[in-house]
Design a protein around this ligand. Structure first.
Ligand code: PLP
Length: 335
């Protein structure tokens, strides 16, 4: 469970050591309870990050053989930790097929599952037990803070933001939910492209993203996010990963503009995994990224196709995916 920390007058952090341990354990608990997983059942999942690590911890403790299908975003240290926990790690390449690298990873999982039909695939992107795992976090926040006006969190599978918001809205029905994404990710209909930031964003639209839960979406870029990640540590002593920096960047902006509202931001993991990247000047230079604060606030967009290389936001307004037009208006006029 996370720690809840007051960062500024109206801004609170929900800080996890490893957020994804929560859905990993919950999904395996449910699969055991329903008999889908029995002693020795092979587990296969696609992850290049913390969900794989959470699963590896649970599988190691309970004796399930685990295969993680990932891509080059799995850094050397994470791979080592997964293998120390007994997981087999398979790396796939983006061959330019549908759904980009995510599509390639899912296709490999499907191949492995067909070869071992008795296996269990947790499917963090579509399994409803992923968002359901976060009900307890919503309850914890409500118990600690009472009414909450705004929740800000990075969106990858959608499990954490959607799960916590639906639980928090039982006691805070007016909760304003802000999802934090990055340019190049298609989750909220922005144009597809390469992504430097990982852990948030996706090259496919996950089933666990309930679009109608979000009031607002922000697209954040690496220089500002890495700066915010460093600030979180140097100003507030919170040594966290870059998706936490993205969450902090957006939440502190919103909290400053709404001083009479209580804002909670999600901080999904600690910084140790990123010591040789986000916290390393040489790596940053090699990437051509200079961490720096945003020169102004986010650009307000009318449509997601306008997402560019600067911080931007859209008032999503709890609309469904289909209700939000992703196309330029001149294309619509042509139809
Ligand atoms: C470090 C980190 N932060 C944030 C997220 C996004 O969380 P969710 O998948 O619940 O949307 C992920 C997802 O993998 C992650 O690994």
């Amino acid at each position: 469970m996370p720690r809840i920390i007051r960062v500024r007058d109206n801004l609170y952090a929900t800080a996890f050591t490893l957020m994804k341990l929560l859905p990993a354990r919950y999904i395996i608990d449910k699969a055991e309870a329903t008999g889908v997983v029995t002693p020795g059942t092979p587990i296969i999942e696609t992850s290049s990050g913390t969900f794989g690590l959470g699963l590896a911890m649970v599988c190691r403790l309970r004796g399930y053989p685990l295969t993680i299908v990932g891509d080059r975003a799995i850094d050397h240290d994470l791979r080592k930790r997964l293998e120390m926990l007994g997981a087999k790690v398979e790396i796939v390449e983006d061959e330019g097929g549908p759904g980009g690298i995510q599509g390639a990873r899912l296709a490999r999982v499907e191949e492995l599952r067909r070869a071992a039909p008795e296996s269990f695939v947790p499917q963090q992107y579509s399994n409803p037990d992923n968002p359901a795992a976060y009900r307890v976090v919503g309850e914890l926040i409500a118990q600690a803070l009472g009414t909450v006006d705004c929740l800000v969190g990075p969106v990858g599978s959608g499990g954490s933001t959607c799960g916590i918001a639906s639980s928090l809205r039982l006691s805070s029905p007016g909760l304003h939910l802000i999802g934090v994404d990055t340019p190049g990710s298609v989750i909220f209909k922005a144009p597809e492209g390469p992504r430097v930031l990982r852990g948030l964003g996706n090259s496919l639209v996950p089933g666990n993203v309930t679009h109608s839960a979000y009031d607002e979406v922000h697209w954040t870029t690496p220089g500002e996010v890495f700066h915010a990640t460093h600030e979180l540590f140097s100003r507030h002593g919170l040594f966290m990963g870059p998706t936490s920096g993205a969450s902090f960047q957006v939440a502190s902006w919103w909290a400053q503009h709404n001083p009479d509202r209580t804002v909670v931001m999600m901080l999904p993991d600690e910084g140790y995994r990123y010591l040789s990247t986000v916290y390393n000047d040489t790596w940053l230079r090699e990437q051509g990224i200079t961490p720096a604060p945003a020169s102004s606030g986010p650009r307000l967009l009318e449509r997601p196709h306008q997402v560019g290389e600067t911080w931007s936001r859209l008032l999503w307004g709890r609309r469904s995916y289909d209700e939000v037009s992703g196309r330029p208006s001149h294309e619509e006029a042509d139809v």
